[in-house]
Design a protein around this ligand. Structure first.
Ligand SMILES: [Fe+2]
Ligand SMILES: [Fe+2]
Length: 343
């Protein structure tokens, strides 16, 4: 079967082909065989209901996070400290809107409409990443978000470029390229502040102190408390466990923090030569659970803002629907006219 080809196909042409040319898988045994051979599943393929549900949940949550994630940074567009910073931040926030749209579109191939996903978000039935419920009180928070939040997103998302579901994996390829620009711009904001006045250095340090632990929690609960992970890994949606990804991220941050001249707020953080990794302190999972329950500093504000944006956008959706209906009508009349003249 052409679909169960060598793994490098994932990263080359296969990763860019918009539609799989093969005939759809018609039964679940073939699905299992494709997964076992580390192949790709495409929209028209037979797939277990659980696989479809797990993907819709993960992809819609991911899309929601991109859209809600525009708020803490969008908040600083009018107050960016220079024209260049403003232009960069606007581009970044627009990228996040784009990520949300690719991901909603990719999730729609599983049979759930964007309208349904939006409705679930607004009704509080679908989640977004809890990190976006933290506030951005200073300009340095924009640097910390880029460095830590986009940085954690990259660690999470690079392996998703090899996820078994084709549309998700292909969306991730482009998203990851943009995320790496986001992380660099955050790092550069922090570097500039860290090398600035004492007050600016302190502002950068405080922002890192605020965002460090929440960014580590973005990888999700410890493996022992993450019941969905094993299934996701068996289906090749997830490639590494929460704890593995968190460890990789911490190991990556330590030398970067040193280059920034900033410290990471964890007294237990130290190199463990035996493990070849950094040991680190425990995270406050009670806080994580509270934010998930809606008790974070900005949960209510984020949802109210999203609801208001949705309501204010009603006329755009109505206009687009009316335009699409009119275009379809005029296509139909044109076709009818062509047929008549041919007859
Ligand atoms: Fe993004
Ligand atoms: Fe980003």
């Amino acid at each position: 079967m052409a679909r169960t080809t060598a793994p490098d196909a994932h990263n080359s042409l296969d990763a860019r082909s918009p539609v799989d040319a093969h005939s759809p898988l018609d039964n679940l045994d073939t699905f299992e065989a494709v997964i076992a051979a580390d192949g790709r599943i495409e929209p028209r393929d037979a797939m277990p209901d659980d696989y479809r549900r797990a993907l819709v949940r993960q992809m819609s949550q991911h899309a929601n996070s991109e859209i809600i994630g525009m708020q803490p940074e969008g908040n600083w567009i009018t107050r960016a400290p220079s024209l260049a910073r403003k232009a960069i931040l606007m581009a970044k926030v627009q990228d996040e809107a784009g990520h949300g749209l690719y991901l909603y579109a990719a999730a729609e191939t599983l049979g759930t409409s964007r309208a349904e996903m939006t409705e679930a978000l607004l009704a509080g039935k679908a989640r977004y990443s809890s990190i976006f419920n933290y506030p951005t009180p200073t300009w340095a928070d924009i640097g910390a978000i880029g460095w830590l939040v986009d940085g954690a997103a990259i660690c999470n998302q690079v392996p998703l470029c090899r996820a078994s579901y084709g549309p998700y994996a292909r969306a991730m390829v482009r998203i990851c390229k943009e995320e790496s620009f986001h992380q660099r711009q955050g790092f550069e904001i922090l570097l500039t502040l860290s090398r600035g006045t004492d007050e600016q250095h302190e502002m950068a340090q405080q922002a890192v102190d605020r965002w460090y632990a929440p960014s580590l929690m973005m990888f999700g609960p410890p493996d022992a408390d993450s019941p969905n992970s094993a299934k996701s890994m068996a289906w090749n949606i997830k490639r590494f466990s929460n704890d593995e990804l968190r460890q990789r991220f911490i190991d990556m941050l330590v030398p970067q923090a040193k280059a920034l001249g900033l410290t990471l707020p964890d007294p237990d953080l130290r190199w463990n030569a035996e493990r070849g990794h950094h040991d680190h302190g425990d995270l406050d999972w009670d806080e994580f659970a509270a934010v998930l329950r809606g008790e974070g500093q900005c949960n209510a504000q984020r949802m109210a803002h999203r609801q208001a944006a949705f309501d204010e956008g009603a006329w755009v959706r109505e206009a687009a629907t009316a335009h699409a209906a009119r275009a379809a009508q005029s296509r139909k009349s044109q076709e009818a006219a062509t047929e008549e003249s041919a007859a």
